[in-house]
Design a protein around this ligand. Structure first.
Ligand code: KG4
Ligand code: ZN
Length: 340
């Protein structure tokens, strides 16, 4: 068995989409370094992430990103107790680059390897930022690949109360932005344009009067795209952005609030790239304040993809006695039970 010391320092690697990231995290919450090499500028010209290009660039970036993470943390491989890597969900080729690299490190350095779910990593970002967050809490995860309402009962006990039946929230932001002629990634662009407009166009809400916590963003996305395509007179792009944003955000906020209220839970945490959205934060803050619930928001760097969150999750997995991965570890595009 591996001899894991009292203090556990993890070198974490994340390559599930278009960020190549590595971090050194001590005891789950102390981020000694957090390096992110973004490929956004490479993919921007294609209007979205091209999987094959993402994989190739991860392969090029990984050695430098890992070296930088060690340097920033002022440690060497000799100070590392475990390697952690995102094994899913995400782009299969992109994941494989990180998994293969991490396996190589684990083998060469004789260090244990922890396979981490990207979704659980997004949730674990909360433990880095919010030292006072107590179980149980409701977590809304809204990213480019996932949208879910989760009841987090312990580090490793998480119920998926609802998830998207089609697109993820971030995917809808990106597609709507594209149809408005805005660059990738669309979320921050929509947010910026929406601030200049008013939510005057009413896009139908899905699942009206239905008693569950699932989302649907595909119908909303299509309604917006059709609205733009069928307009007979010039449209206000800012109003379209504001109206789409309002509709997307209210689904996320409403479901989280209903889940918390129905369970008497007093904390709601927001994770994932869409969690950076200011309108969502504003709406959730107001709804929580009215209901005596505390809302927890992450610093922007911990909302979007990073490796620090993977290092945090790996630590809590080790503490909970989860088994380390073998060299037969495989990357997975989709995770069992949505969160892995
Ligand atoms: O968590 P993340 O970095 O990657 C995935 O795991 O998917 O999320 C990326 C998504 C993109 O769709 C991006 O447009 C969206 O997060 N996003 C935002 C904002 N910032 C990033 N969406 C809405 N408002 C934002 N401010
Ligand atoms: Zn993510």
């Amino acid at each position: 068995m591996y001899d894991i010391g009292k203090d556990i320092t993890v070198l974490a690697i994340e390559s599930s989409c278009d960020e190549t990231a590595a971090a050194v995290v001590k005891n789950g919450t102390e981020v000694l370094s957090d390096v992110i090499a973004s490929q956004i500028d490479i993919h921007k010209r294609f209007g979205g992430v091209v999987p094959e290009i993402a994989s190739r660039n991860h392969t090029l970036a990984l050695p430098n990103v890992v070296e930088q993470a060690l340097k920033d943390a002022a440690v060497t491989f000799g100070n590392i107790d475990a390697i952690a890597v995102t094994y899913g969900a995400g782009l299969l080729g992109a994941l494989l680059t990180g998994v293969s690299y991490a396996k190589g490190l684990s083998c060469a350095l004789k260090l244990p390897l922890m396979a981490v779910s990207h979704v659980r990593g997004h949730i674990a970002a909360n433990y880095i930022a919010h030292k006072d967050l107590k179980f149980p809490y409701i977590c809304i995860l809204a990213s480019g690949g996932h949208s879910a309402v989760l009841e987090v009962k312990d580090y490793d006990i998480i119920d998926v109360l609802g998830s998207t039946r089609d697109d993820a929230a971030g995917e809808a932001f990106d597609k709507v932005a594209r149809s408005l002629g805005l660059p990738y990634p669309g979320g921050p662009e929509i947010q910026r344009l929406a601030a200049e407009g008013k939510p005057v166009i009413s896009f139908a809400k899905p699942f009206k009067n239905e008693n569950h916590y699932d989302f649907s963003f595909s119908g909303l996305k299509t309604a917006v795209v059709n609205y733009i395509a069928n307009a007979k007179t010039p449209i206000s792009k800012a109003d379209v952005a504001a109206s789409f944003q309002a509709a997307a955000v209210s689904q996320l906020s409403d479901n989280a609030l209903r889940a918390a209220k129905s369970r008497g839970i007093k904390s709601i945490a927001l994770s994932g790239g869409v969690g950076a959205n200011l309108k969502l934060r504003e709406e959730l803050s107001a709804a929580c304040a009215q209901n005596g619930i505390k809302a927890y928001f992450l610093p922007l760097r911990l909302c979007t993809d990073n490796a620090a969150m993977i290092g945090a999750e790996a630590y809590f997995m080790i503490k909970k006695g989860k088994p380390f991965a073998g060299l037969d570890l495989d990357a997975k595009a989709n995770l069992d039970g949505y969160i892995g």
